[in-house]
Design a protein around this ligand. Structure first.
Ligand code: C2O
Ligand code: CU
Ligand code: CU
Length: 493
């Protein structure tokens, strides 16, 4: 923890001016030598999946605290959580139009706060990095849910401490429903399962202290174990019927190429900001940190004892990660009948934005100067930037008008790292991707708050701003990139 603070403070001190003078040097340094991510280790899938308890959004208390929890079978780890005795937080349920009322108590030994990822919160309720709750402090978050039904989530967002606190275990789902969704009679209750996928660097004692080596500082932390809902290698028993799985990549930096080992298709019904217009059937989904995919799966043909896995397959595009496939969750059939369901042809009638009506076009260079990352040669500090600038809470980078929409471009054409770009105070529609994978994927339709730029890619989005005025941040959701400066401020008037 001490070392981390030192590194990050040093990074701040270098600032944008120093950085731009360093960019020229980057091409000559040895950053481009490919190093490989740590190997992901599996285990026997013998513990039952943990499903965090649900809580009503109209009155819930979240206490950020230190807990002991067996992430690895039989090994007690020091974790962070909002629940009594476990990692993660409750799944908060709310309806559109409800007042969200959360009492946040910070029982950590350092400042924290809560950001409602994907939600149109007022600026002072959004968990802006400087709106922090000191150790021992309390804050009431209350505001009206303006979002459509969808799978949102919450996590801490204090300046330069987001990565470590989220990695420790502070995160939870915020699931919003509305009438349009309820009319679809989607699989619900025990047939609607939120799944957060994260990776941890676990040592021989089952602990995963937040320690960054120089690869982690550049690429973001990649762990040697992939956990789901806080457990390594769990299993879930399923009945023979339809299931709704809400997939969230809650990792600091790892991308997953998710699929089922038995080839079962994934019917995507929703993305970050809610339901799609109609279901999209795919066999795999690349999910980057912060992104969600809401999928329906037909398990009605399973017979007792059948088993298969949710896995991440190898994928191309990054020199650092994606080389290895691994299994995450074992799915075992009970043979009991589940729920019958007919996939509807229409899901939602959301409005698709017309690029010609965007009030302004802006472009942001997220390539970090084409290096592995922009970093200072004068110290060990690593800095990540957008348009050559690292985060400064005293500088407004972009001024926009609330409730309007603009045409934005994130450009990673010369970049060699993946960057999942995320906006607060807005949702967007992905218009196009140029270079690299050169297309918009089914899980990128609808309303999004995070979009992945692989190396060599440029993505165009139509950004619809919140009706709430004030200062919001936008950043790379690789949390090590974010904490080391890859975040700017947008002011909505
Ligand atoms: Cu989930 Cu500002 O982030
Ligand atoms: Cu967010
Ligand atoms: Cu990044």
């Amino acid at each position: 923890m001490k070392r981390r603070k030192f590194v990050m403070l040093a990074a701040k001190g270098t600032g944008a001016a120093v950085l731009s003078s360093q960019i020229a040097l980057l091409s000559s340094c040895d950053d481009s030598v490919p190093v490989t991510a740590p190997e992901v280790l599996e285990a026997e899938f013998k513990r039952k999946l943990f499903v965090p308890p649900v809580a009503s959004g109209s009155g819930v208390r979240l206490i950020a605290r230190n807990n002991i929890f067996n992430v690895m079978d039989g090994l007690q780890a020091e974790v962070l959580g909002y629940l009594d005795g476990s990692i993660l937080g409750p799944t908060i349920l709310a309806n559109s139009g409800d007042l969200l009322q959360v009492e946040f108590n910070n029982s950590l030994t350092e400042a924290s706060n809560i950001h409602w990822h994907g939600i149109f919160a007022p600026a002072n309720m959004d968990g802006h990095p400087r709106d922090i709750v000191p150790a021992g402090g309390t804050k009431i978050y209350n505001f009206e849910i303006l979002n459509r039904a969808g799978t949102y989530w919450y996590h801490p967002h204090p300046d330069m401490r987001t990565a470590e606190q989220a990695y420790g275990g502070l995160a939870g789902f915020l699931i919003v429903s509305d009438q349009e969704e309820q009319a679809l009679l989607l699989p619900s209750g025990i047939y609607d399962i939120p799944l957060v996928i994260q990776d941890k660097n676990v040592d021989a004692n089952g602990q995963f202290p937040y320690i960054l080596d120089s690869n982690d500082q550049k690429n973001g932390l990649l762990g040697n174990r992939v956990i789901i809902n806080g457990l390594h290698a769990p299993f879930i028993e399923v009945n023979s019927g339809w299931y709704r799985f809400r997939l969230l990549n809650g990792s600091n930096a790892r991308l997953y190429n998710l699929s089922f080992t038995n080839g079962y298709p994934m019917n995507i019904i929703g993305t970050d900001g809610g339901l799609l217009a109609y279901p999209e059937q795919v066999n795999s989904i690349i999910l980057s940190p912060g992104e969600r995919a809401d999928i329906l799966v037909d398990l009605s043909k399973l017979v007792a004892g059948d088993e298969f896995f949710l896995q991440s397959e190898a994928f191309p595009g990054s020199i650092y990660q994606g080389k290895q496939g691994f299994r995450i969750l074992k799915i075992v059939a009970t043979g009991q009948p589940g729920v019958a369901f007919q996939l509807p042809s229409q899901l939602s009638g959301y409005l698709s934005l017309n690029p010609n009506l965007a009030i302004r076009k802006r472009s942001f260079d997220v390539s970090n100067g084409g290096g592995h990352s922009g970093h200072s040669h004068s110290s060990s500090a690593v800095v990540h930037v957008i348009d050559g600038k690292s985060y400064d809470e005293n500088r407004i980078d972009v001024q926009c008008s609330a409730s309007t929409f603009e045409h934005w471009i994130f450009d990673n054409t010369i970049g060699i790292d993946p960057h999942p770009m995320h906006l607060h105070g807005a949702l967007f529609q992905v218009l196009a991707r140029h270079g690299g994978r050169a297309k918009v994927f089914p899980h990128e339709k609808g309303w999004k708050d995070t979009v992945l730029l692989m190396p060599g890619e440029k993505v165009e989005i139509l950004v619809r701003f919140s009706s709430h005025v004030g200062v919001f941040v936008f950043h790379c959701h690789n949390l090590e990139h974010e904490d080391s400066g890859m975040m700017l401020q947008m002011k909505l008037d």
